[in-house]
Design a protein around this ligand. Structure first.
Ligand code: G4P
Length: 190
């Protein structure tokens, strides 16, 4: 997706060979025009898949997931990482290890918001090791719902996430695929 690549080139900051900072437009300050295009593009790629709901994880997945849900005309649901006073009743949970932050957390969704048989599109901002997407997929499957696909805004293709998700049989669509961050430069795969 050209606008996304342009933003990454112009405003992304390579912090190391592993980490790209995109705080200027994706996961701190958020560019609404870019997010709208992201939503339209995911909706186009997953058109005809009978998506009933878009699922993401707080915080940075919410903006692209919401715009995707808007474009598809379906609800957006986000898994919580923190206990919430209002998150009651039966919960669907998964343990997610963050390699970037080196902490494990439990993510949770109220079971009442995911129904058996629903077709769910998972959307997230980054794909690195694939832990977040795997945790979300586990939650979908606990509900008896189906993962219709996984939409990723920025995939770090040099990390193992895509391979893991593909091995598990999920369709992954990424809007920008980064081949390497070596030498402080972003090199795209395609
Ligand atoms: P995984 O989810 O694919 O397994 O990735 P990993 O454990 O490595 O990443 C955990 C967190 O770090 C995620 O955010 C993910 O979005 C973020 N992250 C991974 N690689 C990068 C990167 O190169 N740049 C930036 N900016 N973030 C990266 P999170 O813990 O869910 O945080 P948030 O959604 O609250 O922001």
């Amino acid at each position: 997706m050209e606008l996304l690549k342009q933003k990454i080139r112009e405003q992304g900051v390579v912090l190391s060979a592993q980490v790209l900072k995109v705080d200027a437009f994706l996961n701190h300050q958020v560019d609404p025009v870019l997010m709208q295009q992201v939503g339209v593009e995911f909706a186009r790629r997953f058109a005809g898949q009978g998506i009933d709901k878009v699922l993401t994880i707080e915080a940075s997945g919410i903006a692209p997931a919401l715009m995707t849900a808007l474009a598809l005309g379906v609800p957006m649901l986000f898994a919580r990482k923190q206990q919430s006073l209002t998150l009651g009743g039966e919960l669907l949970t998964a343990r997610v290890y963050s390699f970037t932050k080196q902490v494990e957390s439990t993510i949770a969704v109220a079971a009442s918001h995911l129904a058996a048989g629903e077709r769910v599109l998972i959307v997230d901002d980054f794909l690195a090791h694939g832990q977040a997407a795997r945790g979300l997929a586990t939650i979908v499957e606990q509900a008896g719902a189906r993962v219709a696909g996984i939409g990723i805004v920025i995939e770090k293709s040099f990390q193992p996430g895509r391979g893991e998700l593909a091995r598990l049989g999920y369709r992954v669509e990424s809007l920008a695929r980064i081949a390497s961050l070596d030498g402080g430069a972003v090199r795209f795969l395609d």
